[in-house]
Design a protein around this ligand. Structure first.
Ligand SMILES: Cc1cc2nc3c(=O)[nH]c(=O)nc-3n(C[C@H](O)[C@H](O)[C@H](O)COP(=O)(O)OP(=O)(O)OC[C@H]3O[C@@H](n4cnc5c(N)ncnc54)[C@H](O)[C@@H]3O)c2cc1C
Length: 433
């Protein structure tokens, strides 16, 4: 079947960004603050992606133990959260309502033109130059013309639909399992702390009591997000295909069933949770990994091992390789532990080169966030929200510089980018002039 029709070009901008998660918001704010005319399209009714709609309850590390790796916009977001309320869980707990408003405010204050409920559905290109992104919304189908495009969709939607090269999963074509995160009320955190009870040991008891349909020992549990509230990042949807609506649908149904099992478990086995209520399950699947754009450079595990320094470094990060086991099998669990246990000492980190943000197939496209150009191992490190802030702010500033180069992202002066990032506060210890 061929579907063809004329569609209006709604706007002509310098930079068009697809996806307003952690990466998309920071890319948009960095670009708009640098003076570019930015349009940011988001499919949902809020910014934040997995950190808000996805219910991910805590930030992974912002620092390498000594240095603030996600400095610049990452620090600003954290400070804005802190100014409004005391961040729980060792300063890492996320209150999604506050985070949504912080992102709204930052984009509005920077003058980013944005719309929610706007689905990116296709792209037009002229050889290696993408000319238009096509969107579907309540008002119909429309196009946005731009000089530079940034793929912050999490799933490399822009790269793929424009016809660019991408990677998917591991060597067997498998991705990490998903999780339907959850929100919990009425938890007596002090009682839990005073009890000295280990949730994990209680979980093992519950396995023996057949509380769960599937005994999954990789349990990241519930983290404190406010006085009596918690956020659950638990349960795995094994065999999930994040690119299939059928698989995502079955996964959401399964995730909601798992949450009820967790409610039974926590109420009965864990002190402080006796009166807890499951108040909400996430509106979107917690997709840890799916497609990744192929960039001019693919960040790889060797870079982690060697704590590599790059000439075109746009940031450094340090979170371990966190590839969730693909099943509850002992062998899979041990594989996870082996990789995850390669921790850096305080102050150690790996570099992220600008080339890993440059989409190989095009002249005017960048990528940031969990679909950045990386192998499956490094994706499992840099995909955290602080990691996405580092990538997003660099992609946004680089795109703003590329506007003056007719959108050609390889023509920018990388030193100028590094200088600009440093001015924003970015952690670039190897950039010296
Ligand atoms: C279950 C789970 C637990 C995690 N735990 C942690 C944790 O504890 N700490 C931590 O720091 N990180 C954690 N992470 C990782 C982290 O949350 C994500 O990798 C990160 O938030 C990704 O940000 P992003 O901007 O790249 O993508 P996303 O957050 O996925 O944002 C992408 C955005 O693009 C939009 N979009 C997608 N397609 C389209 C389209 N076609 N048109 C328009 N918009 C589109 C989406 O709606 C979404 O808002 C976890 C992830 C998962 C899944």
């Amino acid at each position: 079947m061929l579907f063809s029709r004329e569609i209006p070009v709604k706007k002509s901008v310098d930079i068009c960004i697809v996806g307003g998660g952690a990466a998309g918001v920071t890319a948009a704010v960095a670009a708009a603050r640098a003076g570019a005319k930015v349009y940011l399209a988001e499919a949902l009714g809020m910014f934040g992606g997995l950190g808000t709609a996805g219910g991910v309850p805590v930030y992974m590390t912002f620092t390498d133990g000594i240095n603030f790796c996600a400095d610049g916009l990452g620090r600003e977001i954290k400070d804005r959260m802190n100014a409004e309320f005391n961040l729980c869980s060792g300063g890492r707990g996320i209150n999604p309502e506050k985070l949504k408003r912080i992102y709204d405010d930052m984009c509005s204050e920077a003058g980013v033109d944005f719309s929610f409920f706007t689905d990116f559905i296709g792209a037009e290109s002229n050889g290696r130059n993408v000319t238009h992104a096509i969107f579907s919304s309540k008002s119909g189908i429309f196009a946005i013309e731009a000089k530079v495009f940034i793929d912050c969709s999490g799933d490399a939607e822009l790269t793929t639909r424009a016809g660019g090269e991408y990677m998917y999963g591991n060597e067997k074509g498998e991705v990490m399992p998903g999780t339907v995160c959850s929100h919990w009320a009425n938890i007596d955190w002090q009682k839990l702390r005073n009890s000295g009870v280990s949730v994990y040991q209680q979980l093992l008891k519950a396995f023996d009591d057949h509380i769960f349909r599937n005994n999954d020992p990789h349990h990241t549990g519930i983290s404190q997000t406010a006085n009596t509230l918690g956020g659950g990042n638990m349960g795995h949807i094994f065999g999930l295909n994040p690119l299939s609506e059928e698989s995502l649908t079955a996964g959401m149904v399964e995730g909601r069933k798992q949450s009820v099992e967790f409610q039974n478990f926590y109420r009965k086995y864990v002190p402080g949770y006796e009166g807890t209520e499951l108040t909400f399950t996430a509106s979107i699947m917690g997709v840890r990994a799916s497609r990744r754009a192929v960039g001019d450079y693919i960040l790889c595990i060797e870079d982690y091992r060697t704590k590599r320094i790059f000439d075109d470094e746009i940031g450094r990060y340090c979170y371990p390789v966190d590839i969730h086991p693909s099943s509850t099998d002992k062998e899979e669990q041990e594989k996870f532990q082996k990789l995850y246990s390669i921790h850096y000492a305080p102050g150690e980190s790996y570099g992220i080169p600008y080339r890993s943000l440059v989409v190989k197939s095009f002249d005017n496209m960048l990528v940031a966030g969990r679909c950045v150009s990386s192998d499956q191992y490094m994706q499992a490190s840099v995909r955290t929200m602080p990691g996405c802030y580092i990538l997003g702010q660099a992609a946004g500033l680089a795109a703003a510089l590329a506007v003056a180069k007719n959108g050609m992202v390889r023509d920018i002066d990388v030193k100028e980018l590094q200088r600009g990032l440093k001015k924003m506060g970015a952690f670039l210890p190897n950039f010296n002039e």
